[in-house]
Design a protein around this ligand. Sequence first.
Ligand code: NI
Length: 136
Amino acid sequence: MRVTISRKAHFNAAHRLYRKDWSDEKNDAVFGKCNNPNFHGHNYELIVSVTGAINPETGYVMDIKDLAQLIYEEVEQPFDHKNLNLDVPEFENLNPTAENIVVVIWDKLRAKIASDKDLEVMLYETPRNFVTYRGN
Ligand code: NI
């Protein structure tokens, strides 16, 4: 019997999508508005889900307070009110698309969550655009 627990979180951040090795024309053609040289922001919403067996002693899969604290330390603190391109080392040479952001977040959380549990991260860049990563 495996149960999934989920926690929502939120951060505001700025980014710019572009490749240094492409011309301005090509960056514009591929990334459009998201290639604005002066950056732009998103209100990112996050749903982190952990699946595992219920601990018979506590009745928990994982203490959701611990999950909330982990998301705070690994995601909210380093990303909130930051410029992802300039302030977050993971994106120094990685285009901060929703796809790449969700993988970075998953990797950071995976390292801190017991290996007998499965992890899924959903990241909303806008209310209608979102990505999901499960580590495969
Ligand atoms: Ni954008």
